[in-house]
Design a protein around this ligand. Structure first.
Ligand code: SAM
Length: 218
């Protein structure tokens, strides 16, 4: 693992999270709306009070969580992404919702490596992102420092099934010459990073594939 933070070149993320990946997410959201973990994220943040709030989403993909938070009263959203593959679909979805003027999509900004380049926000979201990033302490620590009120993140559980899945996926990525890797980070240690930055877990949800922790500032 690099000391800090993730891959320095954008290629690993572009190669995996490409326009095909994006298209599948956008089509699914268009047909069926949010999936269970995303709905839980939105509901947790809505319960903490989202009216007029600013949202910072790290690795937000096509942006469906931001769109739903904006529809529920959030004022604006900033999305940080390391892959360019989503931009077309994200723009189309935001325009279709009439929300494009309230979303700022910033490409190639890695919060862990350049925390001062990003303004804090009332709420911070990382859905299916820490497992795509080697240095969870740097990423979650920077994310927590940018959360004025609340932060929610999802991660794959550290159980044998997830480990086998990630190991198999990484072996296939390695065999195909790709440098992107997935990670199962220790759940307790991730929560401790939030605690060390003044955020206390207030919500947990365990689905079969993704677990969520929502934390608030006291
Ligand atoms: C599995 S995808 C999830 C996308 C979206 N959140 C979703 O659930 O559909 C992980 C995303 O995290 C992004 N990512 C990983 N580390 C990041 C970082 N430090 N800053 C911004 N984006 C990051 C990757 O580019 C990728 O698009």
């Amino acid at each position: 693992m690099e000391p800090c933070c993730g891959p320095t070149e954008p290629g690993p993320y572009d190669a995996i999270f490409d326009s095909r990946f994006s298209g599948a997410l956008a089509r699914r959201y268009g047909r069926k709306g949010l999936r269970h973990p995303e709905l839980r994220i939105v509901e947790f943040l809505a319960a903490t009070g989202i009216e007029g709030a600013s949202v910072l989403e790290i690795g937000g993909g096509v942006g469906e969580i931001q769109l739903e938070l904006l529809k529920r009263g959030a004022a604006r959203a900033v999305n940080l992404e390391l892959s360019a593959g989503y931009e077309k679909d994200a723009t189309r979805l935001a325009e279709a919702a009439g929300l494009e003027s309230r979303i700022d999509r910033r490409l190639g900004v890695d919060l862990a490596a350049a925390p001062d380049d990003v303004e804090p926000a009332d709420v911070v979201v990382l859905h299916r992102v820490v497992c795509c990033y080697p240095d969870y302490a740097a990423l979650l620590g920077a994310a927590a420092d940018h959360a004025r009120r609340a932060l929610v993140f999802s991660y794959p559980p550290a159980n044998p099934l997830s480990r086998v899945f990630i190991r198999g996926m990484n072996a296939m990525l390695n065999a195909s010459g790709r440098s992107f890797r997935g990670y199962i980070h220790p759940p307790k240690a991730m929560v401790e990073v939030l605690r060390s930055r003044g955020l206390e877990p207030a919500y947990r949800w365990h689905g079969p594939v993704w677990h969520l922790v929502g934390a608030t500032r006291g």
